[in-house]
Ligand binder design. Sequence first.
Ligand SMILES: O=C(O)CCC(=O)C(=O)O
Ligand SMILES: [Fe+2]
Length: 444
Amino acid sequence: HEFFSSTDQVMQLVEEERTLLRLFSGYIIKLIKRLRFEWLAIVESTQESLYKDFQELLYSDELKIPLKRDLEGAALGLIRLQEMYKLFPENITRGEMSKRLSVWKKLTMMGFIAYEEDKFQHAFHWFLYSLKKFNHPESLSSIRSVTKKDLLKYLGSSAYHFGSLHVAIYFYQQLLNLDPTDEDVKYELMLVRKRRLYTSSNPDIFTLNMTSSTVTPMRHSAGERLNRGRQRALSCRYSTGGGNPRLILAPLKEEVEWDEPRIVRYHDIISDKEIEILKNLSRPHLSRSQIGLGTVSNIRSSQSVFLKEGNIVVVRVNQRIADATGLSMETAEPLHVQNYGTGGSYEPHYDARDDQNERIATFLIYMSDVEIGGATVFPKVGVALQPKKGSAVFWYNLHKNGDVDLRTMHAGCPVLMGNKWVANKWIHEFGQEFTRPCSLSELE
Ligand SMILES: O=C(O)CCC(=O)C(=O)O
Ligand SMILES: [Fe+2]
């Protein structure tokens, strides 16, 4: 189990916590009773008996509580968000930062994780923030695992790696002031000074840049950059799928989100009830999403599952996709349900791979709204589609001549706030020969 790559499981943690609390209150009542009436018995009874159950529970597979790697995964998710949305630690840890040691430890942990991931600018800012919060009474220093010296050292090193040599020198100098006899620091300082003679120093470590992110943020929504002719082509209408009998009484609400490539949104294509059923079918089987065969990567931080066909709701949804698109579902992949964790994203990609029977089209159902972030973006054309619960978007990945339409590169933006659920239906080429005939033209 992983908690950082899927928000839904965090929700379920609340239940686990409730169980724990119930257990605790049981113990407390027992303890009070004992203290009052049987305190002698406490001395006699072994400590063990109290702890044993609890320990067993803590380490049992049944109790699903977060592990260390969840914490690290969550930290990485947070750093990805910082990169994408240009956030400083101060922007994230808003509100009254308490002086408790546990909070301070988390700040330094963020620094270390960023540092290990070679994200030196972010590491620098987390360490700097920790340093600012470094004002506990001296008595605590014995239990602090990280000293002020460590912090200064990491600040110097992060700045150095980031190329801000004068900032690095500043922190190494501070370090030397703490202990003027430290030979290691003297040596380090000498190295940085020497390097500064030969290389230009990056003057500004305080402006966050977005070096490692391949997605350029898009502030406009579909339609904003179009001329009036193209703007007019972006229309809404009720569609009966060209006279499909199933749709005549209940036509689909179709909205053209983009013209080239054509991206269409269907509103209210799936009900809240159906969504809940699909989520419940998926929950027990969600596992970390893979890219390609068996590879887990931070390119895609979400949990997903291919749903078995057969369930009545799955059948109904498949039929609706067939009706809306006019395409055959015979060769389509099973419905792929996906839940993102906070900071969860999917970097730019094409759905089409190099298959003989290629993914001709994608039908992407939004099974939740997302408060902030989480848009599906097409960086080549500048379209951002905001998830809207119950709606779906549809586009062709291939030109009629079979070539991949390079404009269909897309990505899932990091989720800043909210619980993002989507379901993908990847429709393949075989079986569509009559509904979407091939073209011999190089141009279409
Ligand atoms: O989550 C999204 O918005 C996009 C998902 C996607 O592109 C995919 O799963 O292939
Ligand atoms: Fe995709």
